[in-house]
Design a protein around this ligand. Sequence first.
Ligand code: G3P
Length: 218
Amino acid sequence: MKFFIDTANLSQIKEAQDLGVLDGVTTNPSLMAKEGVKGQQNILNHYKAICEIVDGDVSAEVIALDYEGMITEGEILSALHPQIVVKVPITKNGIKAIKYFSDKGIRTNCTLVFSAGQALLAAKAGATYVSPFIGRLDDISSDGVELIYKIVEMYNYYGYQTEVLAASVRHTQHILQCAEAGADVITAPLDAILGLLNHPLTDSGLEKFLADYKKVNG
Ligand code: G3P
């Protein structure tokens, strides 16, 4: 399973990259705004800065909702750096744009996916990744992880190449649940990824090893 970090924060991206297990980055307009990145040129420069930190795919989202606008923005984003994946929302125009990008060999991430039907359309249009938002489904008393199971099963059944990228992952347990469900990728905040390290028996075991070492070695 690939690990992406879900942030536009450069120092967190660097920290995750330094850990050696990072496969990519996802951003969205809210995450860019959170970092105070504004204005088209600054936004493009920020994506380039992210690409220079990581080795893997970097999702950059289009803002336009109309088809022509999506194509124009997506082509600018994709020309920015070979690691850029154009993130497109699952709308009628979005599906048409994903098909266009797919035919041109431009990689895409179909975002804001909340149902198996939306994921089916994304795969048929040739999306590289599909992003079901599991945390936001949990927020409305639905089951986000269950959707990952359904999409993985459906894609496997038909042999779709689109990778299931579990998004809106909020905590460490979500990562483990997505791994069990067979997600190809999870994108999560740094804290959720680092949470995988934690176990009280590791802490107490390490403390005992060091204490025993000191008894003999001083
Ligand atoms: O990966 C999508 C993500 O950024 C949305 O997360 O927590 O706002 O639902 P959240």
